[in-house]
Every structure is written in C-alpha cells, then in structure tokens.
Design a protein around this ligand. Structure first.
Ligand SMILES: [Zn+2]
Length: 221
C-alpha cells in the first residue's frame, strides 16, 4: 500500500476547498522529482476530474514510482456551475504569470485583472513552489491529442505511444498566461498536456489514457 493523504491546497472564489491527493513513494523512488497532475482547470471539462480521481484510486493499491500530487479538480466552482471560467469569469489557464500574460486577448478568455490574482491559480502556484514538482501534467478536454512545453517533449512521445493520440507541438493559437507558457516555455519544466475526449458511454477517455496516466507516475502498466 502506498501512503495516501488528502490535503486542502486552497479555496475557490466561492470558498470551496481545492483538494490534492498526495502519494509518498517507496524510498527507492524518492530521488525522482515530484509529479503534479491536475484536471478541470476549465469547469466544462469535468471528464478530466473523473479520470484523475480514478487514477488516484488505483494508486492506493500500487504506489507510484515518484512523489505524486494529484489535483483532480482545480476549478471547483466552474465544474459545479458548468462554466469554463471560474466564479470571477476568469479563464484560469490565462491567469498564470508568464511574461506574455494579458497580451493577445481573445473574447471569453479573460486573463484576470492581474497575473495570478485568482485563488485557484494561486493554489496551484503555491503547490508547485512548495513541492518543487518538475513533471507537470495538465489534463484538458475535448480533443484527442498530447502537447508539450519546455522539457516535456520526450515524455509526450512516450505517452502518445501508450494512448494512441498524436503529439502536437502547440494548440495552434497563442495562449498568453497559460500554465504551459509559464512552467514549460519559461521555466523549462517537463510540461505535458493531455487533451481527452468526453468520457461517453464507452468510457473511451479512460480506456485510452489509463496506461499513459500511470506512466506519468512511473507505474508499470
Ligand atoms: Zn481546457
């Protein structure tokens, strides 16, 4: 059994808890830099929360091979409201303090009044600072692809082999203030973004990606 504990890492605009599940790995695996996986930074992508909750359940039986933090749902208010943005109508994936924050705005993608002024963004930023997480996995919906930033290219290709999705270099449009820009492009961490389809009746997103998600935390298939 792995050591699993639940931690509140912050609160949303409306005061709801943002929860992480932390797995302490066996001693042989402690030298690998910590991994953070998060979902539902966009509230209309609840499938990503379900997938990471399943992964966290599976890891109870078999410990991951590195220190692992899973935040199944960053934008708790947005998921409950069914909105992409948070309760302040900010797109959290445009709110990170990259050098490009607030430039090239597009309708609907509100970056906030200032970089990292939203509590959900602050919770993720603080968790990365506190843990030193270097492998950073963002799960979004609803394309079928994997993309990467910074040092994430080798891992992106390993994951693509395991889920059968193509690797795309970028989303095809500018993403100022995005998580990948700050932590991948600017800080050269190992950033990979999954884009998964909706779960659907056949649970395709989970069956496609289960092995790849386990690979992210050094768990054999
Ligand atoms: Zn998204």
């Amino acid at each position: 059994m792995s050591h699993r504990r639940e931690v509140v890492i912050g609160h949303t605009v409306l005061g709801r808890s943002i929860e992480a599940v932390h797995f302490t790995p066996p001693s042989y695996a402690r030298e690998r830099p910590p991994a953070l996986l998060f979902g539902a930074i966009h509230g209309d992508e609840a499938v990503t929360q379900l997938m990471l909750e399943r992964l966290a359940d599976e890891l109870v039986e078999r410990p991951p091979g590195r220190d692992t933090w899973i935040v199944p749902c960053v934008n708790v208010d947005g998921v409950l409201a069914g909105t992409r943005n948070n309760a302040n109508d900010v797109d959290l994936n445009r709110n990170f303090a990259s050098a490009s924050w607030g430039t090239q705005r597009r309708p609907g993608y509100h970056p906030g009044k200032a970089a990292e002024d939203q509590p959900e963004t602050q919770a993720i930023v603080a968790l990365i600072e506190r843990t030193g997480a270097h492998r950073l996995i963002a799960v979004h919906a609803t394309y079928r692809m994997i993309n990467w930033d910074g040092g994430g290219e080798p891992l992106a290709h390993e994951l693509a082999e395991r889920c059968g999705y193509p690797v795309e270099r970028d989303m095809g449009y500018p993403t100022p203030g995005s998580f990948g820009t700050k932590y991948g492009v600017e800080q050269q961490r190992e950033v990979v973004t999954f884009e998964v389809p909706y779960l659907g009746v056949d649970e395709r997103a989970w069956t496609d990606c289960r092995t790849a998600l386990r690979w992210c935390v050094d768990l054999p298939a």
